[in-house]
Design a protein around this ligand. Structure first.
Ligand code: ZN
Length: 123
């Protein structure tokens, strides 16, 4: 059977930010949406799309990079800057992932040209 599963990949965290909706001071999650295709339970492809910044308390999300739109250099830079602000929490998150999961996150970060963050995590 052919199935299409959509999900999100957690890329990392921002610095402490006050949420405009719930007023909590918290590290927002930077997430990337993904769509996985499986054939007979075997993964055949994964496509990554939009990036959001989400409050972990009330789950209020904002688009940083919208799916299916041309990705501007400025939008990518905004994502990099946000992750850079929360790099310590992002590092501890990435380091507790399995090797396989870490590779996936590094691949996405490199795609966003977050090379200095990847270096920081790997050092
Ligand atoms: Zn909130």
């Amino acid at each position: 059977m052919h199935s299409i599963i959509s999900g999100t990949l957690l890329l990392g965290f921002t610095k402490l930010v006050k949420c405009a909706r719930c007023n909590n001071l918290t590290e927002f999650q930077i997430q990337q949406g993904c769509v996985k295709q499986e054939l007979l339970g075997i993964p055949i492809s994964t496509q990554y799309c939009g990036v959001t910044r989400m409050c972990p308390v009330c789950e209020h999300g904002e688009w940083l990079i919208q799916r299916n739109l041309f990705v501007s250099e400025a939008a990518e830079k905004q994502v990099r800057d946000l992750l850079e602000g929360g790099r310590e929490k992002t590092k501890s998150y990435v380091l507790q992932l399995s090797d396989q999961e870490r590779k996936v996150v590094f691949r996405r970060l490199n795609k966003l040209k977050a090379f200095s963050l990847v270096q920081y995590i790997a050092s």
